[in-house]
Design a protein around this ligand. Structure first.
Ligand code: MG
Length: 391
């Protein structure tokens, strides 16, 4: 059994990305570069240990972005990328590892299959890096931008991370470089070459981009959104009858009224319709299936818990809420004065912008049960985006 660790380098300052926040902590599609890279490694079945390397100044940010992930406590990086990798390797030097992968937090889109290829290639050759052919013509220029020569692109490769190595060989190379005062290697392959290791290549991924500047962030955001191409709509309907009381709860908002809605939970007809709409878009049953009305634990339960559950299911599927639309039908109480509070409450709960939540109200012109004031009905539509998968 071969043991595999990954050192993830997140100690850069990211000044080139033009933001106060180091770029590895900036979000793409609601999740930071670092967390995306960490989650992919944590979920990889062959990677046993993950050693993050961060700047000491970033420790609080790091904690926030690694919460609930099964990784080793971070170690602090050095002045250069090379020194940071070295610190990560020393931190796990006693663990009897066979293979180590070195990965940059600035590459949040490396896939699990790329990691598998890195491990397989490192097992085979002892030092292996993902590489892509160069398709553009490459020229050298002088300081004035005047072309010197045109390079033979057939022999050129663009190199990425994760790079895979025999653990002891890479650690030894780093120790020797440190002793000799060499600290200028921009990747571990360059250091391995210097140390006399033969470095092989395996096929990289064009989507495994390195996020460097603002343009990269914009491109990455578009990539994440484009991946959420499975746009789904769900509907939900709920009705609750009036009974004795002095208020109704609609969309989590307490609205004074001369009667209350009757129900096992807080009878929030608006949130119940929304929950069913979201579950409908997910095709994951309905509110009654997840929260049976005869189960005593949901007696008087705040319906926000049901909404949180549905939102959590969207998140667990890697999706996002695009839009929530709610219509409340009753003669009284008047919904208009509470509309913005309702919208705000729902938007906040769902962590989405206010303009993604619509709340509308109508009477039924004194017709039917709502017209006779016997209860309140709510109709909801949820539009969500999920990662497209053929399976
Ligand atoms: Mg209900």
């Amino acid at each position: 059994m071969v043991s595999v660790a990954a050192v993830i380098v997140a100690a850069g300052r990211g000044v080139r990305a033009g933001n106060d926040m180091p770029k590895q902590f900036r979000p793409i599609g609601g999740q930071s570069l670092l967390r995306r890279a960490l989650v992919m490694l944590v979920e990889h079945p062959e990677v046993e240990l993950i050693q993050p390397v961060v700047r000491s100044e970033d420790i609080e940010l790091y904690r926030e972005h690694s919460v609930r992930l099964d990784v080793l406590p971070p170690v602090f990086g050095g002045a250069t990328r090379q020194a940071s990798v070295h610190a990560g390797l020393e931190a796990i030097a006693e663990r009897k590892l066979d293979i180590v992968l070195i990965h940059d937090a600035a590459r949040p889109f490396a896939s699990a299959s790329l990691v598998s290829r890195a491990i397989a290639a490192a097992k085979k050759s002892g030092a292996a890096i993902p590489a892509l052919p160069v398709t553009d013509t490459v020229k050298t220029v002088d300081a004035a931008g005047i072309v010197g020569t045109t390079l033979d692109r057939k022999s050129l490769r663009l190199v990425q991370t994760p790079q895979g190595f025999t653990f002891t060989a890479l650690l030894d190379a780093h120790r020797r470089a440190a002793v000799q005062g060499r600290e200028d290697f921009t990747d571990d392959a360059a250091l391995a070459e210097w140390a006399g290791l033969k470095v092989s290549t395996f096929v990289g991924e064009s989507s495994n981009i390195k996020i460097t500047d603002e343009g990269d962030f914009a491109r990455a955001e578009a990539l994440v959104l484009a991946a959420l191409g499975d746009v789904r709509t769900g509907t939900g309907i709920d009705v609750h009858a009036f009974g004795p009381g002095d208020h109704v709860t609609l969309g989590g908002i307490h609205i004074p009224h001369d009667r209350s809605l009757v129900g096992h939970s807080d009878a929030d007809v608006a949130l119940h319709a929304l929950v069913d709409a979201i579950l409908g878009a997910l095709a994951e049953g309905d509110i009654g299936a997840h929260f049976p009305p005869n189960d005593p634990q949901w007696r008087n339960a705040p319906s926000a818990r049901f909404l949180d559950f549905a939102l959590q299911r969207v998140k667990a599927r890697g999706g996002r809420i695009a839009h929530l639309d709610l219509t409340i039908v009753c003669e009284a109480p008047k919904i208009g004065p509470h509309r913005d509070a309702l919208r705000g409450h729902i938007a906040k709960r769902a962590s989405i912008a206010l303009d993604r939540v619509a709340v509308k109200a109508t009477t039924s012109e004194k017709l039917g049960f709502t017209g006779r004031g016997e209860g309140i009905a709510a109709y909801a539509t949820a539009t969500i985006r999920l990662p497209w998968s053929e399976a």
